[in-house]
Design a protein around this ligand. Structure first.
Ligand SMILES: [Zn+2]
Ligand SMILES: [Zn+2]
Length: 249
């Protein structure tokens, strides 16, 4: 979908879901099978193709680990942060739907992703879900925050609540994809600011876990302001970039 249309549609607010339907009526966005007007934009068969994260996993960060080996991802994480868990493995099928949500304007894809995340242990009734915020210019460009859209869908399914006012992205950060782990860390330093009053426990929500750098940075801002425990859930878990593995061993 063209970005200008996405921007226009975001101004429509709630009626955007209906507009999505009108723009592509009756078909799964992946396989083009017929779906009903109230159904998910990704059909149950396509959703069933998303693979779970391989096991065994680290209890704290959720990263697949070799049996008996120590985790290389989370030893330096701040006390009070964890556990982090992801619903599916980021293979081509999962990457495609994240792309539809993030870059093609299909906000309602978040509902489909949330159906797989609702079983994660941290998503409990009464939990306070805080989506990873976007910077102001990226939010303006995209028209919506994909993580907030996922968090709202999750809250509705799990009886949790979303609070988007507790965390802000105060520094616009460059896109993370082409950066080395060291550059990611520098890029994210002081990127977030927490605003109170803050609850004791917070569950961060994001679309994809790659190195965990974004979640750690957000968690630090909350823990520094007195939150006792920060956990996190993401839809997908990416294979750890080779550069990150080299740095961690
Ligand atoms: Zn389908
Ligand atoms: Zn770990």
């Amino acid at each position: 979908m063209v970005p200008s249309l996405t921007r226009f549609a975001s101004r429509l607010g709630g009626s955007w879901d209906a507009a999505e339907r009108w723009l592509l009526p009756g078909e799964c966005l992946v396989c083009q099978q017929r779906v009903g007007p109230q159904d998910h934009l990704i059909c149950p068969v396509c959703r069933s193709r998303w693979l779970p994260v391989p096991t065994p996993q680290c209890d704290r960060c959720g990263q697949p680990v070799e049996s008996g080996r120590a985790c290389r991802v989370c030893p330096d994480w701040p006390a009070g942060f964890g556990a982090v868990s992801s619903a599916v493995w980021l293979d081509d099928a999962a990457r495609r739907v994240v792309h539809l949500l993030k870059y093609r304007g299909w906000q309602r894809v978040a509902d489909s992703l949330a159906t797989r995340m609702v079983g994660l242990a941290a998503v409990r009734p009464g939990a306070v879900l805080v989506p990873i915020p976007l910077g102001r210019s990226r939010l303006k460009e995209r028209g919506y925050n994909q993580s907030a859209r996922i968090a709202r869908a999750l809250a509705g399914m799990a009886g949790a609540r979303v609070d988007e006012g507790l965390l802000a992205r105060v520094r616009e950060t460059a896109s993370q994809t082409a950066l080395t782990p060291d550059q990611r860390e520098a890029n994210l330093r002081r990127a977030f600011a927490a605003a109170g009053p803050l609850p004791e426990r917070i569950v961060l929500v994001d679309d994809v876990f790659t190195t965990g750098a974004t979640l750690v940075s957000a968690a630090k801002s909350l823990l520094e302001r007195g939150v006792a425990a920060v956990s996190a859930v993401t839809f997908a878990r990416a294979e750890l970039p080779l550069a990150a593995i080299g740095r961690m061993v």
